[in-house]
Design a protein around this ligand. Structure first.
Ligand code: PTJ
Length: 263
């Protein structure tokens, strides 16, 4: 990776860009993944490259939803693996009830295996792949994203998707799976369709979500149920769209290395 001085004002953003380029060269990311990241980078720039309160609210709701889920699964594509392999593995190690499934938009078995191997190298205990011969189909989705591992997304009641395409999110919702989306664009079809939309950068949000899950694991189920029920995704999306339109929210703050707050 080319040298980015750590005091560069946009160090983190440039670092992510390089992670994706490296992921492309390592055969993990698709070429279209570079464009998807560019779009996300533009939204993050408008959001001040900070985690906002509306994202914290969404992550608190996501944590409650994940803890109350029967079978939660994190769907990982080439872009997510390139940007956040370490953060993904750290999250599933801290919260082992969450399974990982590699699921690609641009179907390519070799790329799927490379992504799974990268996650294992970083320390993932178990990685399922939707290209598995046992895979089953998600009704109403025409792309190769319809494939799901029967022990992963196939039986999941809650699915976390990141940098996801709208058709598949819709397919998951139609299949009555509860979708938690991580997407910097509050106007994307994925963010609009998900039950919980985390409008935040992937690596920042995974760290925050991990801290929140660890803190919430000790909490009372009734409290978590109440938090889930009180959550209003339309309000979160409204605030996120306003933040994109109005510019940087002065209440936004760096959270990446901090623990989730007590709720
Ligand atoms: O590896 P594959 O074959 O599965 O390909 C995956 C891509 C990313 C190409 C595919 O899913 C795709 O085309 O995605 P979209 O429809 O471009 O959507 C990506 C969304 O993620 C956009 O709304 C971006 O704003 C958002 N995004 C990009 N980078 C980040 C992000 N959201 C959070 N964190 C990011 N770092």
């Amino acid at each position: 990776m080319s040298e980015i001085p750590s005091d560069h004002p946009r160090f983190h953003s440039l670092n992510l860009r390089h992670r994706l380029v490296e992921g492309l060269h390592a055969g993990l990311a698709s070429e279209a993944g570079l464009l998807a990241q560019g779009r996300g980078e533009a939204f993050d720039y408008l959001l001040g490259e900070k985690t906002h309160r509306f994202a914290e609210q969404a992550m608190a709701a996501a944590s409650a939803r994940l803890i109350r889920a029967e079978h939660p699964v994190l769907s990982v594509n080439g872009s997510a693996a390139s940007l956040a392999a370490a953060e993904i593995v750290s999250l599933v190690k801290a919260y082992p009830r969450l399974s990982i499934e590699v699921n690609l938009f641009y179907h390519a078995e070799q790329r799927s295996h490379r992504i799974a191997n990268r996650l294992r190298e970083v320390g993932a205990p178990l990685v399922l792949e939707s290209c598995d011969p046992k895979s089953i189909a998600l009704p109403t989705v025409q792309s190769n994203r319809r494939r799901m591992h029967p022990d992963g997304i196939g039986k999941a009641d809650v699915v976390i998707v990141a940098l996801e395409d709208g058709d598949r999110c819709e397919g998951l919702v139609n299949a009555e799976k509860r979708v938690i989306a991580i997407d910097l664009n509050p106007l994307s079809r994925t963010a609009q369709m998900a039950e919980i939309s985390i409008i935040d950068e992937l690596t920042r949000s995974l760290k925050y979500l991990q801290n929140q899950l660890v803190a919430d694991s000790k909490r009372d189920q009734a409290e978590l149920a109440q938090r889930s029920e009180a959550y209003d995704n339309q309000e979160v999306l409204k605030q996120a769209i306003a933040a994109v339109r109005d510019g940087v929210d002065l209440n936004a703050r760096e959270v990446s290395e901090k623990a989730a707050p007590e709720n």
